[in-house]
Write a protein that binds this ligand. Structure first.
Ligand code: 5AD
Ligand code: SF4
Length: 482
């Protein structure tokens, strides 16, 4: 069961810590400052929020000191993520002591998880807005202006913000995110996301296509299609998740799945690179792999989180696949898209994980040899199935040791993958000037590896062929060749 949110406006707090109405500037002069944490979805959502607020007269600023409204778009995935946010909120509250008219708000997953607790018990914020309630932001800010604290954490079965053109805050002007689904119905037992982001919904393919096309026409050269599980994308006239086999004949006739959506976006232009994230091993189809193989500008890179290499642990995690199934998907990727890069997420120390289970995870890493990976210690999250039904019984020092072991192996694998690229030439889309030297540019290969090379006369937003001559742990070093 998903939790339904409630909209609460706390009448008891009228006027608390707020400037008198005369000090409230008209909204045309006001500026919002947004900080985003967590997954790419949050960064994409912040651009939707900036767009909604700009229609209400808010400009955006990158300077906290200039901000009238400070928003933190938050992550709840691990306890550590929430602690980081709490520290940041305390900093903001220190600033607010000298600037009481500044409104502090929390968006995203932590807003949804903690609801009015952030106002009532922790007294950290004026505004709490869940991921499906961003259209209500102008009203909620208005309520705060009128001396109330405001909360809207209602989850929706329809909201996809499909009609809102995000206000792009990534200023490279080359790469952009486009959301294609919201929410998640997978119910992995460790994960808080189904509770914080609600039911899975797919966005109308027309609006996805139009947004990507508009980006291309305004100079962007790469879009990343985003969803918690892009492979389960399915539009049938409506977007709330359904299995294809359960659609009516009429719905089947107008249905668009992820492979079809990916191909539609790929057809915008061969100059528009297409990426996507995140794929789910249970749902990744050969059709998607064939689309990647067919279009050279659909990038050969798949983020396919394994989480664990032990089928017993995968079952406890409710991942819906075994280690044999995962390996078969890896074999299919290598067969259909030779040279495709694969990255992963891994959790160590999930409930009951034994030394043998851990060895199976290491074995999986040796099998795939991931070039990129994100590795975590299991962090118990309130209300998840794991928290309610299993014991978080792997001792902290064991979790730590296992994490160090997988990180060590991952470094070896990543170095191997990087060294494989030395001596080869890759097409690189130039994204910007290197942080280390203004005489160098950087961009990414289709396999998502960062390459740095001399600037010469090359322009950001164009494609160059780069011969890779050397590599460091995370970066390829090369020169542009014809
Ligand atoms: N503890 C640790 N890691 C987690 N992840 C999700 N939930 C948890 C948790 N409770 C990891 C998974 C997921 C990634 C985004 O975060 O590996 O793929
Ligand atoms: Fe964090 Fe997950 Fe929410 Fe993204 S969806 S912000 S990863 S909890």
């Amino acid at each position: 069961m998903l939790k339904e949110g409630i909209k609460v406006v706390d009448e008891n707090r009228q006027g608390e810590a707020l400037a008198p109405p005369s000090a409230i500037k008209s909204s045309s002069e006001r500026k919002v400052y947004i900080e985003s944490y967590g997954c790419q979805m949050n960064f994409a959502d912040s651009e939707v929020v900036a767009s909604i607020l700009s229609q209400d007269g808010f400009g955006t600023t990158k300077e906290l000191a200039e901000a009238d409204l400070v928003l933190l778009n938050t992550c709840s995935i691990r306890d550590k993520a929430e602690q980081t946010i709490r520290k940041r909120l305390s900093n903001f509250n220190t600033i607010k002591k000298n600037k009481p008219e500044m409104i502090i708000g929390v968006l995203g997953c932590m807003a949804e998880r903690l609801k009015s607790q952030l106002i009532d018990q922790e007294k950290l914020v004026d505004l709490v807005v869940g991921p499906d309630a961003y259209r209500d932001l102008p009203n909620l800010v208005n309520e705060v202006d009128n001396g109330q604290k405001a909360v809207n954490v209602i989850l929706s079965k329809e909201e996809t913000y499909g009609d809102i053109v995000p206000k792009r805050t990534n200023e490279n002007g080359v790469t952009a995110f486009v959301s294609i689904t919201r929410g998640c119905d997978n119910m992995c037992t460790f994960c808080v996301v189904p509770f914080t982001r609600g039911r899975e919904r797919s966005r109308d393919p027309e609006s996805v296509y139009n947004e990507a096309k508009q980006l291309f026409e305004s100079g962007y050269r790469e879009v990343t299609l985003l969803g918690q599980n892009v492979d389960s994308y399915l539009w049938y006239g409506g977007g709330l998740k359904k299995e294809f086999k359960n659609l009516s004949e009429e719905e089947k006739a107008k249905s668009v799945n992820f492979a079809q959506l990916l191909e539609k976006v790929a057809q915008i232009s061969p100059l528009l690179r297409v990426r996507f994230s995140t794929s789910h091993p249970q749902d990744l189809t050969d059709d998607v792999l064939h689309v990647i193989a067919k279009y050279h500008h659909v990038c050969s890179y798949i983020h396919l989180p394994v989480q664990s290499g032990s089928s017993r642990i995968l079952k406890l995690m409710n991942r819906g696949y075994t280690k044999e199934w995962y390996k078969e998907r890896i074999d299919a990727i290598n067969r259909i898209i030779p040279g495709c890069a694969i990255s992963t997420d891994i959790i160590v120390g999930f409930c009951t994980e034994t030394e043998d289970d851990h060895q199976e995870t290491l074995e999986m890493m040796r099998y795939v040899k991931y070039g990129l990976g994100y590795m975590f210690k299991y962090s118990e999250r309130p209300n998840t199935v794991a928290q309610r039904k299993f014991k978080d019984d792997v001792p902290e020092d064991t979790k730590q040791r296992r994490l160090e072991e997988i990180i060590r192996l991952h470094r070896e694998n990543a170095a191997f993958r990087n060294s494989e690229m030395v001596g080869k030439t890759f097409e690189v889309l130039i994204e910007g000037v290197s942080k280390k030297s203004d005489q160098e540019l950087f961009g990414r290969t289709p396999q998502n590896a960062v390459a740095v090379f001399p600037k010469e006369n090359h322009k950001i937003g164009t494609y160059v062929n780069v011969l890779i001559e050397d590599c460091t742990t995370g970066t390829l070093l090369g020169k542009v060749v014809n």
